[in-house]
Design a protein around this ligand. Structure first.
Ligand SMILES: CC(C)(COP(=O)(O)OP(=O)(O)OC[C@H]1O[C@@H](n2cnc3c(N)ncnc32)[C@H](O)[C@@H]1OP(=O)(O)O)[C@@H](O)C(=O)NCCC(=O)NCCS
Length: 251
């Protein structure tokens, strides 16, 4: 059984991620939780320290602990048929590194394989940008339903008028199980319904058969070739541009 402080920390972390506390808001004072029967002062203190270690709260002198200012304003948690999309946390570094540090994956992406320090800064950047108002990037971790570990990512970056650019990747050991299709379907649906986007594009390497199959299966239309679109693996690479418009989306 998990120690009492751990249970309390897990419960509070889930509440913070769900958006029950606004950024900058104080968590309850330690003595309030002690009075509410959550445990001793030491228990509550240990739980708050664990939240600090997760980057969810920052310590503040005098009055309890405040929610970290750069946590997402409204954390996103989307449940698809096969996957869950959620905000990144600093604990995802190893799982993210297994994706963006793997040449099998990055050979198809617009950047070369990254090391641990770059994985850390990728996560830090995603967390930082998730806190911006208005939010212009929706860069989310992909997990299975029954396991919170990140097996991939999906991203829509806003660009232009009611338009967004879609990107995605799944850890190589999880390929071929429909996770990317479901992740993209779930985020695109969110973008059309909740963000009122009109147009979403995906720029895909001409040889990337899996990604092209996926775009087609999701009903994207091929628009044309972007010449020398990305510099990756030491060479310029074309992309094929695919798009889908809001009124075409019925997934
Ligand atoms: C592209 C990628 C995200 C697909 O992830 P996935 O979880 O394996 O995808 P899915 O299981 O949802 O399958 C997607 C489609 O690709 C097809 N597919 C998978 N591997 C394939 C391959 N090697 N060749 C041809 N088609 C393939 C699947 O059959 C499926 O099509 P279908 O539904 O019509 O059968 C994954 O291969 C990946 O991470 N690649 C490296 C990064 C990348 O290319 N990102 C996209 C950049 S544009």
């Amino acid at each position: 059984m998990a120690p009492k402080w751990q249970e309390l920390a897990d419960r509070l972390a889930a509440q913070i991620r769900r958006g029950d506390f606004a950024p900058g808001q104080h968590l309850p004072h330690i003595r309030e939780l002690v009075a509410a029967g959550e445990g001793s002062k030491a228990t509550v203190h240990a739980a708050y320290k664990a939240l600090e270690a997760q980057g969810l709260v920052t310590p503040s002198r005098g009055r309890g602990t405040i929610v970290r200012p750069n946590s997402p304003v409204k954390p996103i948690h989307l449940v698809g048929k096969r996957v869950v999309l959620r905000e990144f946390t600093r604990e995802d570094v190893d799982d993210v590194l297994a994706i963006i540090g793997d040449d099998k994956v990055t050979t198809w992406l617009s950047f070369d394989s990254r090391d641990r320090a770059q994985a850390v800064s990728m996560i830090e950047g995603a967390i930082e940008r998730a806190s911006q108002e208005p939010r212009t990037e929706f860069y989310l971790g992909v997990t299975k339903h029954d396991d919170d570990r990140v097996i991939g990512f999906v991203r829509i970056g806003l660009s232009g008028v009611q338009a967004g650019k879609l990107g995605y990747a799944i850890a190589a050991k999880e390929w071929g199980r429909g996770y990317a299709t479901d992740a993209a379907r779930t985020l695109v649906t969110y973008a059309f319904k909740e963000l009122a986007l009109h147009r979403i594009t995906a720029a895909i390497g001409p040889e990337n058969a899996a990604s092209i199959a996926m775009a087609q299966q999701l009903g994207f239309t091929r628009e044309g070739v972007l010449r020398d679109h990305v510099l990756t693996n030491g060479a310029w690479r074309d992309s094929v541009l695919y798009s889908v418009l809001a009124h075409e989306w019925s997934k």
